[in-house]
Design a protein around this ligand. Structure first.
Ligand code: HT7
Ligand code: ZN
Length: 866
């Protein structure tokens, strides 16, 4: 298929004033009547009416009431004139009846059935699977939606906006009519119909609007909605306070759905969520689950202004809504919980997902310039690097400058479909600064590298830092230009005090080489660079173990304190993979940090986290050697054993003392204590003495909440402890009817690095609860194995690769979106030895040759093959 290009953007030929949809819902033959009031766009090209449509059966069509027979093809229809052969008038009413089959829709795009519940997913281009329509985000219209369904199986009928009418119909059916007064693109349309129970709350906005909030779930799940509702209310208040943005409808509904390709969807007034990101109770959800629910609820709510009120002109502008909204949800979590802990977590994710993507064959700019399938561009680069770009604007202009620019953006562009240039201009107009060079962050792919050299002259206390930036070539972009890189830095004296009067200074790198000089320092300082990870770059600097230990102990910037420990841990693990012993000085420094009671337990838990095998593999490659997954796995294990051996007493104490009295609460302080306690448990189990295993088994047995139970189960299973089988059986027996919890059961086994790991995973694919058409379940087994069990997935005989490829080929025929996303497990093929590279490429070629391969997976595979 030919790519769609940003350079080819043209305004729509036709605009839509209003949309009236009627759904006659039936599992096997839903009829959709669409009435569109169309008007020629004076800025358009004057062409015929082209409507997108896929997998639709056109039953009838008319123009101003007169039947027409437009030409249809696989991608839609074209209407050149009226039934009488006359040219189309400049404004007319198009009406079409189409028939679709929700039950057969396993791609989960458009209208589909999820365990008897009708549900839609229209972003990015799912609306064209519901009716013929100009399916592009710059066509915005007001919607009125009438839903008719069986009253017994579908008592709840929901759509966007406000409910204006409902009632009974003959033959046990009923109807509801919803009207959304805000013009929106069709990707924000939503409909849900099913047997759902509502948890209600009332919210009064700062502007005095009374809003009815609802969280809708399956009967039986009502007891698990409280945290999502609480998160929603806190998000609404926060957006009023932090951005001056209030909610704008009388209803806001969230619905939990079992079958869902992604996390959640911000449809106007009717957010649809993967059930996994709504449902939580102390017994079923871990602290990490609670935190994830909070941030996803916030993210989707924040889209109401950044995405819905101001939307994207075209899909190349996706980062305009996603990067900005991720940045906003990160700010929210930082405010609600701990800012340094949140920053560390975000950087861990950024490196694990985005740096990985940026360093491989799937690298692309934050604003891509072409795509074959837009669903393949809901990536870490668009989301996470997109958020980093906004974060750098926040750093460069400070909170006041940032807020002024955002206020201007909302004022100037409310109700519009915008491009990155519109957003950038708001910053330029609000601050007076030209952002031409900064804009390269949106157009240039790849992770910039910043090399640092130092010089020191005793005489005059003169210290200089020379920064050299470069960005490696990426597919389609061999040459890169210098970026604007804000580097937050501090200088530490011998006793650990900050030497700069302002503590942290922001230095802007704009050239390939930038020198910064400091005068009058009492002694050679220790630099603390890129504080708070002020830019998404790889910092490259010769440093010593002693300096890292010093920063771990003294840096006033919490992020860099953690960063020094992480970089030191990576070095030690890689030296161990090369045959060295664990460095005792590192273990001492780690012990000191983990035992420092002046520090937040959540921070200490992060400091105790061992770098992952994928991180170690990519770092090995960055240092010039192909990664050996089994050697890295062994080295990581050895490091954990050594840490547990050295820190045993401290870890036992942490495990004993970091308990949380009273009933379970998901608040950040309690979660932080549990995180530290569980980190200690994990290391103790790595030590592997019978007492250590018994400690984990005891925690599992006594646990009255999932945050205690699951880490204990994971420790036992991953250590292949004798107690693991009984614990897995008990967990299975208790939770077999609960899909969200059972996903954990599959995932914990899929990620266990046993010798026969693949055999165990294969056996689990035969388990009666392995429903491969459910994306959560598929991800929890096949996806978790490929992404979370590196030593088994990268087995030298290639069996792990063949297993994944088999499943991707099978799933692709049903659900291309989830398949294409998971194919990214192969994206790091270039960091391994020639043998593994060959084996991976063989599987990619096998997938590419599969008959009927989807456009989604085809694009991913061909980009990976290069
Ligand atoms: N804007 C949404 C992204 C999305 C999506 C969600 C569910 C299923 C398919 C989807 N395609 C795109 C989610 C978000 O970023 O908030
Ligand atoms: Zn989003």
């Amino acid at each position: 298929p030919a790519p769609v290009r940003l350079a080819d953007y043209r305004p729509p030929a036709w605009l839509i004033e209003s949309v009236r949809l009627t759904f006659d819902l039936r599992p096997r033959g839903t009829r959709v009547t669409a009435r569109l009031a169309l008007r020629r766009n004076p800025d358009g090209d004057g062409g015929p009416l082209r409507l997108d449509g896929r997998n639709l059966r056109l039953v009838a069509a008319s123009v101003d009431g007169a039947p027409v027979s437009p030409e249809t093809d696989a991608e839609g229809l074209t209407l050149s004139g009226t039934a009488s052969g006359a040219a189309l008038p400049d404004a007319f009413v198009w009406e079409a009846v189409t028939e679709i089959d929700p039950e057969d829709n396993k791609a989960l795009e458009g209208l589909y059935l999820s365990r008897g519940m009708f549900c839609t997913q229209c972003e990015a281009q799912g609306f064209r699977k519901i009716t013929f329509f100009p399916d592009r985000p710059d066509v915005m219209a007001m919607y009125e939606v009438r839903i008719e369904a069986d009253a017994g199986s579908c008592p709840a009928l929901l759509s966007n906006g406000d409910l204006i009418e409902s009632g009974a119909l003959p033959k046990g059916r009923h109807y509801a009519v919803w009207r959304d007064p805000h013009p929106k693109p069709c990707y924000l349309f939503a409909l849900v119909a099913g047997d759902l129970r509502e948890t209600r709350a009332d919210f009064t906005t700062v502007e005095g609007r009374q809003v009815r909030l609802g969280v809708w779930v399956r009967p039986g799940d009502e007891g698990r909605t409280a945290y999502a509702m609480d998160s929603l209310i806190r998000s609404m208040r926060w957006d009023e306070r932090a951005y001056g943005r209030a909610y704008d409808l009388d209803v806001f509904n969230i619905v939990a759905v079992d079958d869902f390709n992604m996390g959640a969807m911000e449809n106007k007034g009717l957010n649809i969520f993967n059930a996994k990101y709504v449902l939580a109770s102390p017994e079923t959800a871990t602290d990490a689950d609670y935190a994830r629910i909070e941030s996803i609820v916030a993210h989707e709510y924040f889209h109401n202004w950044t995405g819905n009120r101001i939307t994207c002109r075209d899909w190349f502008q996706l980062c305009l809504k996603e990067g900005l909204t991720v940045f906003r949800d990160q700010q929210f979590t930082a405010d609600e919980r701990s800012a340094p802990v949140k920053r560390i977590e975000d950087v861990v994710t950024l490196r694990a997902r985005q740096f990985r993507e940026d360093g491989g064959p799937l690298a692309h700019p934050v604003r891509p310039e072409e795509y074959i399938e837009i669903n393949n561009f809901y990536t870490a680069t668009i989301y996470e690097k997109g958020a980093e770009v906004i974060g750098m604007l926040h750093t460069l202009f400070g909170p006041e400058g940032y807020r002024k620019a955002l206020d201007l953006y909302f004022e100037r562009h409310d109700g519009q479909a915008c491009a990155i240039e519109d957003f950038r201009r708001c910053f330029e107009d609000a601050t007076g600064r030209d952002l031409t060079q900064f804009a390269r962050w949106w157009s240039q792919a790849g992770t910039p590298e910043v090399g640092v050299e130092e010089s020191w002259q005793e005489d005059g206390g003169r210290y200089a830092l020379i920064f050299r930036q470069s960005t490696p070539p990426t597919p389609g972009q061999p040459d890169k230009a210098p970026l604007v890189i804000p580097v937050a830095l501090g200088l530490l004296g011998a006793n650990g005090d900050d030497l700069l009067p302002e503590g942290t200074r922001i230095v802007e790198l704009t050239e390939a080489e930038t020198a910064v000089t400091f005068e009058g320092l009492p002694a050679r300082p220790v630099p603390s660079l890129l504080r708070g990870f002020s830019a998404p770059v790889r910092l490259i600097r010769e440093t010593s173990d002693a300096e890292r230990a010093f920063l771990m102990a003294h840096d006033s910037d919490a992020f860099n304190r953690w960063e020094a420990g992480r970089a030191y841990a990576v070095d030690v693990a890689l030296r161990m993979a090369g045959g060295a012993d664990a460095d005792p000085a590192f273990l001492d420094a780690l012990d000191a940090l983990a035992s420092d009671e002046s520090l937040d337990p959540a921070f200490r838990a992060l400091a105790l986290e061992t770098p992952g095998e994928d991180e170690l593999a990519r770092e090995t490659f960055a240092r010039g050697t192909p990664a050996d997954p089994q050697a890295l796995h062994a080295a990581r294990d050895a490091l954990r054993r050594a840490a547990a051996g050295r820190m045993g007493d401290a870890l036992e104490r942490l495990h004993r003392e970091m308990t949380v009295p009273g009933p379970y609460s998901p608040d950040a302080a309690a979660a932080g204590r549990r995180a530290l306690r569980n980190r200690a448990l994990g290391l103790l189990v790595a030590r592997g003495a019978p007492d250590d295993l018994a400690r984990a088994a005891g925690q599992f047995e006594r646990a009255d909440n999932m945050s205690d139970a699951f880490p204990a189960l994971a420790a036992l299973v991953h250590a292949d402890a004798p107690q693991a089988a009984a614990a897995l059986a008990a967990f299975h027996d208790r939770w077999r009817d609960d899909p969200v919890v059972m996903d954990k059961w599959f995932a914990v086994q899929a990620t266990a690095p046993a010798d026969d790991a693949l055999g165990r995973v294969r056996a689990l694919t035969e388990h009666p609860l392995f429903d491969w058409l459910n994306p959560n379940r598929f991800r929890s087994l096949v996806g978790a194995f490929a992404a979370g069990n590196p030593s088994a997935f990268h087995a030298a005989d290639g069996a792990g690769y063949a297993f994944l490829a088999d499943w991707l080929i099978r799933l692709d025929a049903k659900n291309p979106q989830t398949t294409a996303r998971m194919a990214g497990a192969f994206e790091t093929w270039g960091i391994y030895d020639a043998g593994r590279q060959r084996l991976i490429r063989d599987q990619l070629e096998r997938i590419a040759a599969a008959p009927g391969l989807s456009r989604d997976t085809g694009e991913m595979v061909s980009r990976m093959l290069g």
